[in-house]
Design a binder for this molecule. Sequence first.
Ligand code: UD1
Ligand code: UDP
Length: 383
Amino acid sequence: MKLCTIIGARPQFIKTAAVSRAIAEHNRVKTQSSNITEIIIHTGQHYDDEMSAIFFRELEIPEPKYNLNIGSGSHGSQTGRMLAAIEEVLLKEKPDWVLIYGDTNSTLAGALVAAKLHIRIAHVEAGLRSFNRQMPEEINRVIADQLSQLLFCPSQTAVNNLAAEGIPPNVTPLTPNASRLTPHVIVTGDVMADALKFAVKKADTYSKALSRYNLKRQQYILATIHRAENTDNPERLLNIMTALSKLAEHETVILPLHPRTKNILEHTLSITPNLSPITSGLTFIDPVGYFDNIALEKNARIIMTDSGGMQKEAYWLKVPCITLRDETEWVETVTAGWNVLTGADEKKIIETALNIKTPSKHPSIYGSGNAAKNIIKALGVRS
Ligand code: UD1
Ligand code: UDP
């Protein structure tokens, strides 16, 4: 069976690493006839070494056969260029399946091209919803799910969200003869749990991040900000920065700075992160590799973020999380008491950070780290 994986942004490299590893394992133990040939197509949406190549090196992700070098741009121009370039590759490769991840513009472009070429689509991280269509990611997810034939959900909530949009849960198990076009929804768990399970030991062994940045366990806050709703709204971005800067009067606040946020601070708001009074006291660093980031997360007192992936990693690593958004797709982390939504409200961010407690209970959510295996199994049945 031939599978084209379409990825382009940082979290997709981390997710694909877990699935590519499971494909290699599947091919090692199965007969030649059921081998999965994976062809990786990197759209080039992320291209800086620390946003892309570092993950391929560290996580030993197979080399992409194609790098489309699309780069940055407005939604229309970036997605449009992806459509044309992906179409050319899929026409040439003629895969049985296209595998897409999450909710980026690379996900949307992959889904649109595959659907128009009548190639079946498998969507990893299906059914996630913020119910906020101002978010570009929400639009990408809704469309990707509507066009997919295999929908791999991390949780029952995701299954319910799909049902509400007319993609019903399955009443019968997946069979090889299932209709080509009928969507099939499967709760697989989250591939990021698989990725974390693999990386956490490596982070413990290899990461020097704590000594490199002069950090002490449990005595710092790790923060990341990159979402459009925060970075493209100067009021929200400045509120968040001010809150973080005030917290830095009490303890170290370290921020691996996403290039989007760096560009907006420097070029739109004329703030040089390490020099401006608005961001004074904050420790800005370049984005780090996955193992270093896991080490930074694991040893932080709190994680403050608008990242989707980091909310879940905080949960799995049992680190309290403050989500700098008004809503989240990862509602189970909030219900369990480990994640607090503060939006971009300066006072609320500071008060929550100063008073946050570690809940005594930690229910298992989003699977146990076997999502990639479940995904490969389902793809095998429908090959
Ligand atoms: C994208 C995804 C978002 C995901 C995030 C992961 C979309 C719509 N958004 O957001 O869902 O959470 O990736 O990190 O797909 N840039 C660089 N170097 C790079 C990449 C980006 O300098 O290697 C800068 C450019 O100025 C670019 C900006 O970052 O315009 C935004 O990049 P883009 O890929 O469009 O969106 P992200 O904010 O990264
Ligand atoms: N991450 C990383 N280095 C960093 C920041 C984040 O390796 O400097 C990892 C993080 O551990 C998580 C993923 O990147 O696995 C999250 O990606 P991001 O926040 O860019 O996107 P999102 O999850 O919000 O879509």
